[in-house]
Design a protein around this ligand. Structure first.
Ligand code: SAM
Length: 219
């Protein structure tokens, strides 16, 4: 088997054992998880672990999320292909790549310039051209391209940052881990006109969202 075939086989196993068996049903999400080469998004010393059922370190004290959590959060966004999506917390760029596969355009914000630069050049080398990585404080959102049909926060916030609520379009969906630094609950927000409806989904554990409308410092 070629290296490419080995990784493709690992992705198939990841999707069957970690996603389908736990109830991920959106065929487009499963297709994206099969298509995007996760091993390209992890550091060299983690490549052999790229498809395991766990988050992995990516440097700068940050992580690439567990594959199942990436699929679950993506499924909750219910993307059809026409959406402009905002991601907060680019990290490795993996979640952004999945979103880019499923939506029209993705803006992804990362506060650590080194991670943003690495993801930007990786996404470019993989010819994933509908994703723009921006360095900044994602807790303020990205008002210049708002409103967004979908917003995903991939770091833990004490509450959903108000600017993100304001930048969500009518009918739009926002998914975010909300709680303490020790543990959070995944929340799904839906905008219906001026009203926002919140559904609490499942317990998760993310690294903190550091910013003006989130935690103010690293510890
Ligand atoms: N989505 C990422 C991936 O696919 O690899 C994983 C995200 S990692 C769990 C959380 C990321 O959020 C880190 O890279 C961290 O630097 C970033 N982050 C934390 N606070 C932020 C903020 N205010 N704005 C933008 N990024 C932030």
């Amino acid at each position: 088997m070629s290296e490419k075939e080995v990784y493709s086989h690992e992705r198939k196993r990841m999707v069957d054992q970690q996603m389908v068996s736990r109830g991920i049903q959106d065929a487009r999400v499963l297709e994206a998880m099969l298509a995007i080469p996760r091993h390209e998004f992890v550091p060299q010393d983690q490549v052999r672990r790229a498809y395991i059922d766990a988050p992995l370190p990516i440097g700068n004290h940050q992580t690439i999320s567990q594959p199942y959590i990436v699929a679950l959060m993506t499924e909750f966004l219910n993307l059809k292909g026409h959406e402009i999506v905002l991601e907060i917390g680019t990290g490795s760029g993996y979640q952004a790549a999945i979103l880019g596969y499923l939506a029209k355009k993705v803006y992804s914000i990362e506060r650590i310039p080194e991670l943003a630069e690495r993801s930007r050049s990786l996404l470019h080398s993989l010819q994933l051209e509908n994703i723009e990585v921006v360095v900044g404080d994602g807790s303020c959102g990205l008002p210049e391209h708002a409103p967004y049909q979908a917003i995903i926060v991939t770091a833990a916030a004490p509450e959903v940052p108000k600017p993100l609520e304001d930048q969500l379009s009518d009918g739009g969906r926002l998914v975010a881990p909300v709680g303490s630094r020790m543990g959070q609950v995944l929340e799904l927000w839906r905008r219906d006109g001026k009203k926002l409806v919140c559904e609490k989904l499942t317990p998760v554990a993310f690294v903190p969202l550091i910013g003006e409308h989130a935690w103010l410092d690293e510890d």
